[in-house]
Design a protein around this ligand. Sequence first.
Ligand code: KG4
Ligand code: ZN
Length: 371
Amino acid sequence: MSPTTLLAIETSCDETAAAVAIDAGRELPAPEIRSSVIASQVEIHREWGGVVPELASRQHLRDLCGVVERALSDAGVGWTDLDAIAVTQGPGLVGSLLVGVAFAKSLALGLNRPLVAVNHLAGHIESLFLCHPDLALPSVVLVVSGGHTSLYHLPEAGTYRLVGRTRDDAAGEAFDKVAKLLGLPYPGGPAVDRLARAGDERSIAFPVARMTHADRAPGAPTVKPPGFPMSPGRLDFSFSGLKTAVARHVQRHAAEHGRPLNEWETADVCASFQRAVVDALVERAFEAARRFGARSLGIAGGVSANGRLRDVATSEGEARDLPVLFPTLQLSTDNAAMIAAAGLRQLRAGARASLDLKALPTLPIETGSTP
Ligand code: KG4
Ligand code: ZN
């Protein structure tokens, strides 16, 4: 097999990213990432306390050409060296996705190269294979980010079956909302993570929701483990009640003490909230791994950068003799290297997108819906 040079583009939310990857053939276990460039919009959205979709898409328009040119020059390749283009088709903000999809389609047409449409969540899953090419299968992967909190069963590489998901807020969204009500800067996850280190995680007993009933407003169907009589929803998450409990705690404190939380009290809230989120994530991820007979557990997406999640999941894995794997911190949050990895896997499997490709804000992972 001759080497394939692929350019990947990611614009699903508030990072404009491009990467060049080379698939040298079967000898190498993972593609080589030759460059990975990210233009973050965090400073723009911080002023508003969260991502403003209109501002995000306008900034992608401004940044994308420069980011792609930089990715090519960092990789030492020219336009005509590219063999294929991969782009995030969804899920994400439609205006943001459109910028990347339109750019990628034009490039594929102009260069007469194949186009591959990548699911953003498949990208997060593939970030694990980039960092751990020998990840043992079958595996269970938790994708935990600002927009998603989902559990996938991977019977083999490239097959992702949705087995659990959040019924309301994503874990990262809960971090961001709690940070906002504590007056911490956006994005909230890193700020809460940092402050929690100074707090007492047992000081406040915030409730953690357990799903024992079927979802009354289900989205994409989830897959049950074969031969396991499992109550519906056991592997689902819910974080909106926890966020409300934190809001009530903050209000009650202000009413009782006649002042807002001080720095130490804020650190205690961060630590206790973070414990509740991490315990819910870890408990259900290990439950899924047990039920699906996984030989490894992967944790990817922006929240996988969380210090407590890394510590607790790693020590729980050691206790249960189950390898727990994370991407590097750079590959945890949104980037195009992971889209390149997913794109190359799909390209090898023969996937080609048409030039009619549309951005799909709620795109499901195709191979997730059937057992
Ligand atoms: O994967 P990502 O970059 O974008 C999405 O696809 O959503 O994830 C961003 C999310 C944000 O909600 C951010 O607050 C959260 O990841 N995050 C963290 C940490 N670093 C980023 N959450 C908890 N602890 C962190 N250290
Ligand atoms: Zn993401």
